[in-house]
Design a protein around this ligand. Structure first.
Ligand SMILES: [Zn+2]
Length: 244
């Protein structure tokens, strides 16, 4: 039977979670959670939600829903907030460090391209210590930060966040995440994946594709290595120049 993922939209009802810059955390978490669920189903997962509307569900109930249904994973979606309006970035919380948290954080970095606040252990969060299965809580970005709040309001933020979380889950189970857009005219299957690389002895990773037994990198990665990458429309050539 396919894996069951419990998707938890943080906060509800009278508990709006963080509020600021015209955003209520509970509204965004629900939208992202629904997208995560829809995408997971597309990749063959079974999905249960702790809430699908603005209804009341306390923290113990959230754990009970996941535990009683024997979910394989529990993923909670949150938006961060801080008194320090400069605070920014993305972090993934877990009871004790696990591969799922690392992989989701990694994919959130690739998709949202924000400051990497890393994977953090939190023993005090009910949904992390009350769930029996591997559980993570994603703090996608800060609504208290004006710049980040602007992006939160965009539809692309919902889509990118959901895709990153699902890519992390697919990576965790060793399932290749198939890109929804076919590239060029290739007829073979093209799988979107996270490629582990070592650059000058330093571990790194990048978003890429796998096809015909080969890893394909994106131009963004080559840029990150210090090259200018462009395309000449007339000659139909990709132009790469070292910035050094
Ligand atoms: Zn929250």
């Amino acid at each position: 039977m396919s894996k069951l993922v419990c998707v938890d939209a943080g906060h509800r009802g009278t508990d709006s979670g963080a509020v600021g810059n015209g955003i209520k955390e509970k509204d965004i978490t629900l939208k992202v959670a629904k997208r995560v669920g829809e995408l997971l189903k597309k990749w063959g997962f079974r999905v249960i939600y702790t809430r699908i509307a603005d209804n009341y569900v306390n923290l113990e109930e959230r754990c009970r829903i996941a535990n009683n249904n024997n979910a394989d994973l529990f993923v909670s979606v949150h938006i961060n907030s801080s008194d320090n309006v400069q605070a920014n970035g993305t972090e993934t919380l877990c009871y004790s460090k696990n591969r799922l948290a690392e992989l989701i954080q990694k994919n959130l970095m690739l998709k949202l391209k924000l400051k990497d606040r890393g994977v953090k252990e939190r023993k005090d969060l009910a949904v992390l210590n009350g769930t029996k299965m591997t559980a993570v809580l994603c703090e996608l970005r800060f609504l208290s930060n004006k710049k980040e709040a602007e992006f939160i309001k965009k539809d692309s933020f919902l889509g990118l966040s959901a895709e990153a979380i699902v890519m992390g889950i697919c990576d965790y189970f060793g399932i290749a995440f198939k890109s929804q857009n076919k590239i060029g005219e290739k007829t073979g299957d093209i799988m979107k994946k996270t490629i582990d690389v070592v650059v000058n002895g330093k571990k790194d990773f990048t978003e890429g594709y796998f096809t015909d037994g080969k890893n394909l990198f994106t131009a963004d990665f080559i840029r990150r290595l210090g090259f200018d990458v462009g395309y000449n429309e007339k000659t139909k050539q990709v132009i790469i120049n070292s910035k050094l």
